[in-house]
Design a protein around this ligand. Structure first.
Ligand code: PAF
Length: 292
């Protein structure tokens, strides 16, 4: 039997391959990416392989989720290396649509998710989730997966996709994968490629400072005091600025101001380190608040 091609660039070719799988009752897991792959992406791919018969990974640097002045042009593009990595992982299809095929010249449709997508990232990147929701909706239509995997590093993005899929009745199971970190705790990200040695050393402080903040809240500190101390610690460590350090309800992402054992809490941070914007988050172990 002739070997099926790993790289698929057109929607038409992708649909043909998918149709064969549907007919044979084969399940598909999908991992959308913007390329510049690293070990973090590969953990998503490995999880995808465990969850379905076939795995499709997309590589598309989505222009609609970059605001003017962000790093769209500079975003690392490493297609050859990415495809080699995915081949080694045994991925079935690498879907690489072109920007023109994704967005026709007259494109005029938007996808706006409210609720969990409001606040946090949206306060600083107002159009980001519109771009993500739009491209993910389109990719879901092209790929028609049974399952899609997203990393918990982009925690608000994961919540937004869950909302999108539920609200638009898409028959896709969304699975969140734990954050992959380097040996020093830095969450793996394609943007880590921008750092020189000193930038990397500083970036690695983020996880330690975030964990200290989460621990303080677990030990009963007021959220406001703990998050302000966290901002101060980041600036003193050498971060350029901090967009937010916030505690939110893990499910609804409602911002919490009271330390309570009744809700699962998530600490979310966005900070600028040597010109690179980093995001990270962690669960807060429920505080042991004494009953009075
Ligand atoms: O998380 C990402 O890499 C992107 O936001 C995604 C989901 C691939 C959409 O472009």
């Amino acid at each position: 039997m002739p070997q099926k091609r790993l790289i698929v660039r057109s929607q038409k070719a992708l649909r043909t391959r998918r149709k064969d799988w549907f007919c044979a009752g084969i399940t598909t897991a999908f991992v959308p990416t913007m390329g510049a792959l690293h070990e973090g992406h590969l953990t998503l791919v490995r999880l995808a392989k465990k969850k379905a018969d076939r795995v499709i990974v997309s590589i598309f640097v989505n222009p609609t989720q970059f605001a003017p002045g962000e790093d769209l042009d500079a975003y690392p593009r490493t297609e050859k290396e990415d495809v080699a990595m995915l081949k080694a992982e045994g991925v079935d299809i690498v879907y690489i649509p072109s920007p023109d095929a994704m967005y026709n010249a007259h494109h005029a449709t938007s996808v706006n998710v409210g609720g969990v997508a409001d606040g946090l990232e949206t306060d600083h990147r107002p159009t980001f989730f519109d771009g993500v929701a739009l491209v993910v909706t389109k990719l879901f239509h092209h790929v028609q997966p049974d399952i899609a995997i997203f990393g918990e590093k982009d925690y608000q993005q994961l919540a937004t996709i869950r909302r999108l899929v539920k609200d638009l009745d898409m028959p896709i199971k969304i699975i969140g994968a734990p954050i992959a970190r380097d040996d020093f705790g830095l969450a793996l990200s394609s943007r880590n490629k921008y750092f020189d040695e000193s930038g990397l050393t500083l970036a690695r402080q983020l996880n330690r400072i975030m964990r200290d903040c989460a621990k303080t809240i677990t030990h009963g500190s007021e959220i406001d005091i703990a998050t302000k101390a966290c901002v101060k610690a980041l600036i003193e460590a050498g971060f350029d600025s901090v967009d937010y350090v916030s505690v939110a309800d893990s499910k609804t992402l409602e911002i919490l101001t009271e330390n309570t054992a009744n809700k699962a809490m998530r600490l979310l941070i966005a900070a600028h380190c040597k010109g690179v914007r980093l995001i990270d988050n962690c669960a807060i172990v429920a505080p042991k608040i004494q009953a009075v």
